[in-house]
Structures are given as structure tokens and as C-alpha cells.
Design a protein around this ligand. Structure first.
Ligand SMILES: *[C@@H]1O[C@H](CO)[C@@H](O)[C@H](O)[C@H]1NC(C)=O
Ligand SMILES: *[C@@H]1O[C@H](CO)[C@@H](O)[C@H](O)[C@H]1NC(C)=O
Ligand SMILES: *[C@@H]1O[C@H](CO)[C@@H](O)[C@H](O)[C@H]1NC(C)=O
Ligand SMILES: *[C@@H]1O[C@H](CO)[C@@H](O)[C@H](O)[C@H]1NC(C)=O
Ligand SMILES: *[C@@H]1O[C@H](CO)[C@@H](O)[C@H](O)[C@H]1NC(C)=O
Length: 452
């Protein structure tokens, strides 16, 4: 009994000590939180809804941390814009504004996020470099803010600790030359769907050894992709699609041994042929090069690319035939797109052996001969097998009449009836079929001998 009471007393003392150690947020930061809430979400009585210490009780999206032995709390994260019930940050009103001076009172701010906050009234991108504490920011995130405009020029260069810079779906434009490459700790650089333009400086990637995600898709970037990309050896995902990058795809891509996702599609990379460097990127799972006029033939590199799950090689000016080895080695492929090229010759029957394939597009080439796929394969893919636009391609009567639920449209029926290899073996004894027959007989004899 006495022991029980003692431990209860100790517990009470410890709890009281812990509470005392957690001193409240200083009034200046507390006030600054209210002011920024009022500016992005006017009309909500934030002060009366959250009258207490905001580090103990704050709206979702406001987070604090305790620093050093003095245990003084500081605001470390501010996230605005209702994302979902799991991330119910303060909703932004259509007339949200952001004056960067509102951020001055937060010496330890690490993360700042705005989701659908600047959607109507034009808001210039704030000058984060003007904040004296700018260097504490590690994550700067703007998602779906179409009314956020202006350029980043001269506005983020001082954010030396930046680990994640995410700007997607904004009206921000201009170049990236004055700041890209300045953040040695950068792990994620996502600038998709904005109005960025201009060239990427030659040495941009020299110091980006920690970069894992690079997504510059859907902008107006131009010029060559710098060879220095080869220094960013931590990269897992590279998406440069839908820009105006030109010149040669850098051979230094071979340095990027960890990349799993590579999308260079819909740029202006020029007629330098298929980039053989891909064969030296052992972790590739998805590769998209469509919409660049690289020209040349599809090389026979697929033995080294067995991890591929998706490959898009549409509209590339490819000539020659489809290598059989694609069907032999791409056992993990779900998607293969070779449409809108100038490929000729027969469709390798090996493609029909790919068990995981669900989407195969060979449309608009110059392929010829018999479609080599089984009825099972045809019905498995259904409308996801695209073969139209190959004038000399034909389909067997038996397949066309089989209850295959796909639209092979105007593909003609092959003229000569199909003779299976089995039938050939039994019915005719041409010299070319004598050898396999002899081999079979000898094999059976050998088996009998061995088993005796
Ligand atoms: C901003 O919108 C809120 C409602 O969303 C409204 O209460 C407030 O008066 C508006 N402020 C201005 C300056 O228009
Ligand atoms: C942003 O602020 C910094 C520091 O005060 C200043 O050097 C820079 O010129 C400013 N940028 C712009 C675009 O005004
Ligand atoms: C990379 O870092 C080095 C050393 O910190 C620095 O001198 C150089 O200017 C940086 N490169 C770029 C492109 O910023
Ligand atoms: C990239 O290639 C260039 C020229 O081919 C070479 O000078 C440079 O060292 C390479 N960089 C990397 C990171 O491999
Ligand atoms: C299509 O292929 C045939 C040979 O199979 C060739 O004679 C013809 O020129 C090719 N057409 C085009 C447009 O490449």
C-alpha cells in the first residue's frame, strides 16, 4: 500500500516537472501564427477557437518542436489548405494573401506548405531570401496554386538547408539559373506544371549528390540536359517529360545506377539514335522516350533490362524490325508502346509469351505478316492490343472468327490458310522436317539406353 502511494507520488512529481519544462510558445510567435492564419484563412475566428498555447493546442498544420535544454518551443511547421480528412489543414479562402514578413517571427520554421491557397487573386512569389531566418527552411511546398505568379529569381537562393522544393500547378515562370545547384542537401526537386523556361546551367547537378527525385515535367525548359546529371547518383526518379530539351541524351545517365523511373518523353532530343546508356542502368523499371525523334533501330539491349515494367517508344522515328529479344527478356513488362514509328518486318511471336503484358501498342507502323498471338493473348489484352495502321498485317481466319472480344477493325484476314507446325510435321516429310524427326528418334533411343 505504502509502496503504491510512493510510486503515485513520484509519478505526480514527474508529470508536474514535465509540464513545467514545456514552457509555452513565446507571445511573439503565438501572435504571428494568428496573423498568418488570418491572412490565408480570413473569416475564421482563430484567436477564440484556439486561445491557448498553440504548441499544446493548435489547428492541424501548425507544429512545434522543443529545442535545447531550455526547452523553449518554436513553431517548426506551417501547412495551409485543406487536403483531406487525414490532413485537415486550415482551409484557404479564395482571397488568401501571403506577405513574407509574416514569416519573420519564426526562427526555427522548417516546413511551409500551401495547398490550393492562391487560386484567384494574383499573388507574387514571396522573397524568401529576404527573411533573416530563411536558412532554417528545409521544405517549401506549393501545390495547385495557379494564381501564384512571378519568378523565383533572387527569391530562394538563401534557403541553404532546403531538402524539398515542390512547386506544382502554379503560374510561376522564368528561369532557374540563379539558384539551381545551390542546395547541397536537396533530396526532392519537383517543379512540374509551371511556366518555367530557359536552360539548366551546365553544373547544376554537380553538388546534388543527395537528390532522389527530379521532376521538371510540363514546363518550357530548353537546351541540353547537362552532363553533370551524372553526379546526382542518388536519383531514383527522373521526369523531364513535356519540355523542349534538345540535343543528345547525355551518356552520363549511365552513372545513375539507382534510377527506376526515367521519363524523357515529348521533348526535342535529336536524331542521335537510341540511348545505349539505358542498358547500364540496372534498376530501371519504367522508361519513356516517346515523342523525341531519336531515329535509328531498336537496339538489342533487353538482356540487361529485365526489370522493365513499362516502356514507351512511340513516335520516335524508329526504323528496322522489332527485336525478338524484347519478347524474350522483358518478362516483367506490363506496358510496351512502339506505335507511330516506321518499324517493319513481322511481329515477333515472343511478344505473345509475355505473361504480364496488359497493354501493347504497335499501331501505325509498317509491320507485315501474320499476327502471331494466341486467342488467349488476344482476349486477355482486348482493346489494349493496338495493331491498326499496319497495312500488310493480317490475322488468321480462325482467330478473327474466334469469340475474341476485341476490335481488330480493318485488319485483313491472311490469304494462305494457317498450317500449324504440328500439322507440317505429320503430313509432309520435307527435308527440313526430317532433321527434327531424326533428332527426336535418336533422343528417345538415348533415353531408353540410359534408363536401362
Ligand atoms: C475574404 O473572404 C472571406 C470569406 O471567405 C471574407 O469573410 C472576407 O471578408 C474576405 N476579405 C476580403 C478582404 O475580401
Ligand atoms: C530578396 O531579398 C534579398 C535580401 O534582402 C535581396 O538581396 C534580393 O534582391 C531580393 N530579391 C528580389 C527579387 O527582390
Ligand atoms: C558546389 O559546391 C562547391 C563547394 O561547396 C562550390 O564551390 C561550388 O560552387 C558548388 N557548385 C555549384 C554549381 O553551385
Ligand atoms: C560526364 O561526361 C563528361 C564528358 O563525357 C565527363 O567529362 C564528366 O566527367 C562526366 N561526369 C560524370 C559525373 O560522369
Ligand atoms: C514498308 O515495308 C516494305 C517492305 O516490307 C517496304 O517496301 C516499304 O517501303 C515500307 N514502307 C514504308 C513507308 O516504310
Amino acid at each position: 500500500m505504502a509502496q503504491w502511494r510512493l510510486s503515485l507520488t513520484i509519478f505526480t512529481i514527474l508529470a508536474a516537472a514535465a509540464a513545467a519544462a514545456q514552457s509555452p510558445l513565446n507571445p511573439e510567435e503565438q501572435e504571428a501564427v494568428y496573423r498568418i492564419l488570418d491572412s490565408v484563412s480570413p473569416g475564421t475566428p482563430w484567436r477564440s477557437l484556439f486561445p491557448d498555447d498553440l504548441c499544446s493546442s493548435a489547428p492541424h498544420g501548425v507544429a512545434c518542436d522543443y529545442f535545447s535544454s531550455a526547452a523553449t518551443p518554436h513553431v517548426t511547421e506551417l501547412s495551409f489548405g485543406y487536403v483531406s480528412d487525414f490532413s485537415p489543414n486550415p482551409a484557404c479562402s479564395p482571397n488568401s494573401t501571403l506577405n513574407p514578413s509574416l514569416l519573420s517571427p519564426f526562427p526555427r520554421l522548417r516546413k511551409l506548405m500551401f495547398y490550393k491557397c492562391f487560386t484567384q487573386s494574383k499573388t507574387p512569389f514571396p522573397n524568401f531570401s529576404s527573411l533573416s531566418q530563411a536558412s532554417s527552411l528545409e521544405e517549401l511546398i506549393f501545390i495547385e496554386n495557379p494564381a501564384l505568379i512571378g519568378t523565383l529569381h533572387g527569391r530562394i537562393g538563401n534557403l541553404k538547408r532546403l531538402r524539398r522544393l515542390i512547386l506544382t500547378g502554379t503560374g510561376v515562370s522564368g528561369g532557374v539559373t540563379d539558384w539551381i545547384g545551390k542546395f547541397a542537401d536537396l533530396e526532392k526537386l519537383t517543379l512540374s506544371r509551371n511556366g518555367f523556361s530557359g536552360e539548366i546551367p551546365i553544373n547544376a547537378f554537380r553538388n546534388m549528390t543527395k537528390l532522389k527525385i527530379l521532376d521538371l515535367s510540363n514546363n518550357e525548359f530548353e537546351g541540353s540536359l547537362p552532363e553533370s546529371i551524372g553526379f546526382a547518383t542518388s536519383l531514383l526518379k527522373v521526369d523531364l517529360s513535356h519540355n523542349k530539351f534538345s540535343g543528345k541524351i547525355p551518356e552520363n545517365l549511365t552513372c545513375l545506377k539507382n534510377v527506376q523511373f526515367l521519363d524523357l518523353s515529348y521533348n526535342n532530343f535529336g536524331k542521335f539514335g537510341f540511348p545505349l546508356s539505358l542498358a547500364e542502368m540496372p534498376n530501371l523499371k519504367e522508361v519513356y522516350l516517346s515523342g523525341n525523334s531519336l531515329g535509328g533501330e531498336i537496339p538489342d539491349i533487353w538482356d540487361n533490362m529485365r526489370g522493365i515494367m513499362g516502356i514507351g517508344l512511340s513516335s520516335m522515328g524508329l526504323v528496322g524490325s522489332i527485336p525478338r529479344s524484347m519478347g524474350v527478356h522483358l518478362r516483367n513488362a506490363c506496358y510496351i508502346g512502339l506505335d507511330n514509328n516506321m518499324l517493319q518486318g513481322v511481329v515477333p511471336h515472343e511478344l505473345g509469351d509475355l505473361e504480364l503484358v496488359r497493354d501493347l501498342n504497335l499501331e501505325n507502323n509498317n509491320l507485315s505478316g501474320r499476327i502471331p498471338f494466341s486467342a488467349d493473348f488476344l482476349s486477355k489484352l482486348g482493346g489494349k492490343l493496338k495493331l491498326e495502321g499496319n497495312l500488310d498485317l493480317c490475322i488468321d481466319e480462325t482467330l478473327k472468327s474466334a469469340k475474341v472480344s476485341l476490335d481488330l477493325g480493318h485488319i485483313k484476314v491472311c490469304r494462305k490458310p494457317y498450317v500449324s507446325r504440328n500439322a507440317l510435321f505429320h503430313e509432309s516429310f520435307s527435308p527440313s522436317s526430317t532433321f527434327p524427326f531424326l533428332a527426336l528418334v535418336l533422343g528417345v533411343l538415348a533415353l531408353i539406353v540410359v534408363s536401362m
